[in-house]
Design a protein around this ligand. Structure first.
Ligand SMILES: [Zn+2]
Length: 381
């Protein structure tokens, strides 16, 4: 194989988070499908290990959805110059989830970064070109396509970068602009409401919009071929403020869903009564400690108590951050009365606005970043 000889390639096939196994392909690969991660390229979370954690932990997939991940933040010196690291994440023969019903014959290649904002650098372009050339020599795939050129996914803002500049592009010449979301979407292999609502979803559709637009469906048990309301989700009215929504005996729906998530994801054992109280707060701190240990190897005691060690272990979250830590931030802001708009695990505009309001109200510097000071205010203040 030519691709395994690339000097900037590291084999991490058995080193990334998994939960079970993907099935093997029963058809040969015809399509090389290019993705970007929609996480800003310099962030901690912009690497194969973080994508694996997200795909397994949040999306419930057996492993990372891509075969290759190109990491612009990890540079490798080669005799030919600096190159972005290429992680070989899944065996070529694994039918991973990344383009639904086309997974069977499609190879997933993800370039870490959010190329709606990030600029592609030379080391990354060179890695794209060299990986592409090696795959062509190896006879792996015939066509290059962007994610949103694959059936059913024209609404995805993926990919949006000019790696087409790096090689002779057999497909389209210009990056495809996403189309509006369809009104009804047919579930494909590996699709989850979370992957559909992910911020490359069109029209800013968020997970909670999808759940509201599809009453009665179990978001954890979608079947291939099932139809869900998608376009309508965009028209769902934005949630009212926490204060307005609160009623004394009834609890609050979002708080209830926070409690349910804490139960299912962290075994919190809460009564999902929709009322924010000390137990919910303790569970949120435990969740925070669990994630810091899992993702950053912090070795905290998971006791649900805010203290100096937990504070010291905090990693700063800012716009573009996504995953369970961002969700915990959003949930904590929400329970403090600062509604981020949606608890979608993505640090976007809504989270930034809610955080700024919170920082202003608590008289800490309004830097739009959730670091030690903000978490201390959320959990100790
Ligand atoms: Zn994609």
């Amino acid at each position: 194989m030519n691709f395994t000889n690339l000097l900037q390639l590291v084999d991490m096939r058995n080193k990334l988070k998994t939960k079970g196994n993907y099935s093997k392909r029963t058809k040969s690969i015809t399509h090389r499908v290019w993705h970007h991660s929609l996480t800003k390229k310099e962030l901690d979370g912009s690497d194969a290990a973080s994508f694996a954690a997200y795909h397994v932990g949040t999306l419930g997939w057996p492993g990372i959805g891509y075969t290759f991940v190109i990491e612009p933040k990890n540079l490798i010196n080669t005799p030919n110059g600096k190159r972005a690291r290429i992680v070989y994440a899944n065996d070529i023969n694994n039918r991973t989830y990344h383009v639904g019903n086309s997974n069977q014959f499609s190879l997933g290649i993800c370039v870490a970064g959010d190329y709606r904002y990030d600029k592609m650098d030379d080391a990354t372009l060179a890695s794209i070109a060299e990986l592409h050339a090696a795959l062509v020599k190896d006879g792996i795939g015939k066509y290059d396509k962007a994610h949103n050129e694959m059936p059913g996914y024209s609404w995805k803002a993926c990919c949006e970068y000019n790696y087409r500049d790096a090689f002779d592009w057999k497909g389209s010449k210009t990056p495809a602009k996403p189309t509006p979301a369809p009104d009804v979407y047919t579930i494909q292999e590996g699709d989850t409401l979370w992957s559909i609502a992910h911020k490359d979803g069109a029209g800013g559709v968020q997970i909670e919009d999808l759940i509201k637009a599809n009453p009665g469906i179990d978001p954890t048990k979608l079947k291939i071929g099932q139809k869900i309301n998608f376009g309508n989700a965009k028209k769902v009215v934005v949630q009212p403020d926490v204060k307005k929504e609160k009623s004394s005996d009834d609890g609050d729906e979002t708080t209830r869903s926070i409690q349910k998530t804490l139960n299912s994801r962290y075994d919190a054992g809460l009564v999902a009564d929709g009322i924010n109280g000390p137990k919910t707060q303790t569970a949120l701190i435990k969740a925070l400690q669990t994630e810091l240990n899992k993702q950053f190897n912090k070795k905290l005691v998971v006791d649900g108590k805010w203290g100096a060690k937990t504070k010291a272990a905090i990693v700063t979250l800012e716009k573009g951050a996504k995953g369970n830590l961002t969700w915990i931030l959003q949930a904590a802001l929400y329970t403090e009365g600062y509604n981020p708009g949606s608890l979608d695990s993505d640090f976007g505009k809504g989270t930034e606005t809610a955080l700024s309001k919170f920082q202003k109200a608590r008289d800490i510097s309004v830097d739009k970043k959730a670091g030690k000071a903000s978490f201390a205010e959320l959990f100790a203040g």
